[in-house]
Structures are given as C-alpha cells and as structure tokens.
Design a protein around this ligand. Structure first.
Ligand code: PMP
Length: 404
C-alpha cells in the first residue's frame, strides 16, 4: 500500500483503555476506579438536576437554533466563565486586560494555549508537575515542542504523600526565564495534593521573580472543596500579582458535561491592547483547527451562571458531589482502619478532589485488577467517585489483601 502500510498501531490511551478492559470483565463485583468521571451512589453517571432543568427550558425555547457560533464562542459563556474563575472584583477585568476564547473543554483550551506558545514562544521550556495528568505532556508534544523541552518539576513527595515544595521551588529557580509552568489550579490530578496558601505564595514569588509564565489548568473548580471561590484562590492570587498568564478552564467535571466539551481559555495580559492582540491570534489558530466551538454545553453553563436561582441550584448540585466524595474518602479510611490494614492511610482523607493517589505499587495495582476485578491506574490513582456503599467493602478488602 502507498499510504497506509508500514504503520504500526499507536498504543491505546492508558486511561480510556482501562474502561475497555472493565467493560470486558465478566465479574459482577467488578469496580471501575480508573475513569475520571463522577458516579452517583448507585455507580451511575449523574446528570446534574440543574442541567436537566436548563435542557428542558432550552427544548421549549424555539428562538434557539443551530447556527455557527463565532470563532471565539458564545459570548455569555466566555464572560460568565471568566468571571467565575477570576471573581467579580477582579482588577484585571476592570482594567480590560482579560480576554477569553471558548475551546473544546479543558483539553482543547490547553491545546490552543500550547499552539499559541509554539507560535510566539517556540523556545520556551514547558514545565509540568511530576507526576501530572498524562495528557499535559502529550498536548505539548503534539504541538511539536521537542521532548527535551518538556520538563518536570518535582511535586509529590512519596515519603510524606504530600507536596515537595522545596523540590518544586528549586526546580523553578533553575528554570530558564520565559519558561511556561503548567499548574493545577486545584485538586491536582493524579495526586490530590494541593499547595496551601502559604505554599502558593512561595511558588508565585519564584515564578514572578524569574519571569516565568503560569499556565493554569482548572478542571475542578468547585468540585474540590464545594466552594467555587476557594478553588479559584490560587489563580486569583497570581492574577493579583499582575502576572501575564493563560488559564484553561473545563466544565466537564463541575457541570458533569463531559461530552459537551465546554471549555474556556483565558488570557490575562499587561494591558488591553496586548490582550486584544493575543485573542486575535487565538482566533486565527482556532479557525483552522475546529473553526468554531460547540454550543450546547456552553449555553447550559452560561444559563446557569447568569441566573441567580439556577446558579444556586448548581451550587447545591456541586456540593452534593463534593460531599459524597468526602464521605467516601472517610468511609474508605474507616474500613481500612477496621481491617487493620498495614500502613498509614490518612492521605486518603487529606487529598483533595476526585482522585486519591493511594501509594499502591504497580504490582499491587495489577493484583487489584487480576484478583479482585478492581480497575485503577498503574500509578495507584483511584477515582473516589467510583466508590459507593455497595462496593466499598470489596475495595477496602482488596487493598488490604494486596498490601499484606
Ligand atoms: N486537566 C486535568 C488535570 C484533568 O484531570 C482533566 C480531565 N481529566 C482535564 C484537564 C480536561 O478534561 P476535559 O478536556 O474533559 O475538560
């Protein structure tokens, strides 16, 4: 064959592949803790009631149609999403030096940011956390940043199962000027470990002093603590220091709109003309990629954010998810304690967000799957949302079994 021969297949995506293996498992007691999506107490995907309510309103509204959105997306969505991230009091917004473009969820937002950086800062090194969400590196690799320029800063300290602040700061101190630092706004994936405020301040100091640029990945606002402002604190703090930055915002998790690809890439610039110029190039880059973004999810988010009652309804839905996750963390810890499982497990309740970085080894994870039909990432990351009252005993016993 002229075109399609001699191509060896690409490896399957490690995360999506876990779901495929789970689906093929015949055991009735199987548990999927690999997938990065919320599950309700019955193990089912949860359509947020506020989303159902808005979709019903939309189906009645015959003024809506399927026209193209502008390249930059739905204005009401971009504006309300940006305010949700930066806060209503944000000086950068008042000073008109913030712009945003609707993108294909968080991934597309980071990807468009990467495309912009490749065009205007092709010599910048990209720093990602060690470990980080697996797709970060891929995104930059696929924008043709050489692998040698995609570097890692230490993040997780496996001894304390907490933040390696010193290692992180030292790496940032040594990063060449104009390096891009990818940061998780909250609920770090996969570790569930976030810097506290004092630690964020120390991180921001080095980034500012060394003229590095933050690229915030915000995929879990409100989902981590149940409080939208709390979860945006890190980003708002950096903005308050007057830094230039990019922020990739996803509504997959906090609205449960995974497949609607509602995302927003925010640019905070030094002044209004810089911000406008950057947006013009982001549009120029988006046009030959996806041309214009999808409407449905963005309209749902904008409708919720722009109506007081719906917004309050959304908060209640968010809190329900955040609370269920916290309750499952506590219950898992309690079960492990009751079993007398060797080791300390308090990190399960101290970690934040959807995931827990259990500390299970690759080998232990394999046994979790082969002997107990529990599916998780080989790095020991489990999705706490996959736990419920029906399966938590099985999971706790399996953990107990594999660590003994
Ligand atoms: N960043 C992080 C850290 C994530 O965990 C995710 C979701 N797995 C995303 C970004 C983006 O997801 P999406 O493209 O579905 O918004």
């Amino acid at each position: 064959s002229l075109y399609f021969g001699d191509i060896s297949p690409a490896p399957p995506d490690p995360v999506f592949n876990i779901t495929t293996r789970y689906n093929n498992d015949k055991n009735s007691y199987k548990v999927n803790l690999g997938v990065g999506a919320y599950r309700d107490e019955n193990g089912q995907p949860w359509v947020l009631p506020v989303v159902r309510e808005i979709e019903e309103m939309m189906s009645q509204d015959h003024s809506l149609n399927h026209e193209y959105l502008p390249i930059e997306g739905l204005q009401s969505f971009r504006e309300s999403a940006t305010r949700l991230m930066l806060g209503n009091e944000c000086r950068a917004i008042v000073e008109d030096r913030v712009r945003s473009i609707q993108c294909l969820s968080g991934t597309g937002s980071i990807r468009l940011g990467a495309a912009f950086l490749k065009r205007f800062h092709p010599d910048s090194a990209i720093y990602v956390a060690k470990p980080t969400w697996g797709n970060h590196r891929n995104i930059f690799k696929n924008e043709f940043f050489p692998e040698s320029m995609i570097k890692e800063y230490p993040y997780f300290d496996s001894a304390t199962r907490g933040l390696n602040l010193e290692g992180m700061i030292n790496a940032l101190k040594e990063a060449p000027e104009r390096s891009i630092i990818v940061l998780h706004a909250c609920a770090h994936n996969p570790t569930g470990v976030d810097p506290n405020r004092e630690q964020w301040e120390a991180i921001a100091d080095v980034i500012k002093e060394r003229n590095l640029m933050p690229l915030f990945d915000s995929a879990y606002q409100g989902f981590a603590s149940g409080d939208l402002n709390e979860d945006a604190w890190s980003v708002r703090y950096f903005v308050s220091l007057g830094m230039e930055m990019l922020i990739a915002q996803s509504f997959a998790k906090n609205f449960g709109l995974y497949n609607e690809r509602a995302g927003n890439l925010i640019v905070v610039a030094k002044n209004s003309s810089d911000a406008a110029a950057v947006l013009s190039h982001l549009k120029a880059l988006a046009r030959p990629m996806w041309s214009n973004p999808p409407n449905h999810g963005a309209r749902i988010v904008a409708t919720a954010l722009n109506n007081e009652d719906l917004r309050a309804h959304w908060f209640r839905n968010l809190q329900k998810m955040a609370n269920r996750i916290r309750a499952m963390r506590e219950l898992l810890l309690e079960k492990l304690r009751a079993l007398g499982t060797p080791g300390t497990w308090t990190h399960i309740v101290n970690q934040i967000g959807m995931f827990s970085f259990t500390g299970l080894t690759v080998r232990q994870c394999e046994v979790m799957t082969s002997n107990h039909s529990i599916y998780l990432l080989p790095n020991g990351r489990i999705n706490i949302c996959g736990l419920n009252h029906d399966n938590i005993d099985h999971v706790a016993k399996a953990i107990d079994d594999v660590v003994r």
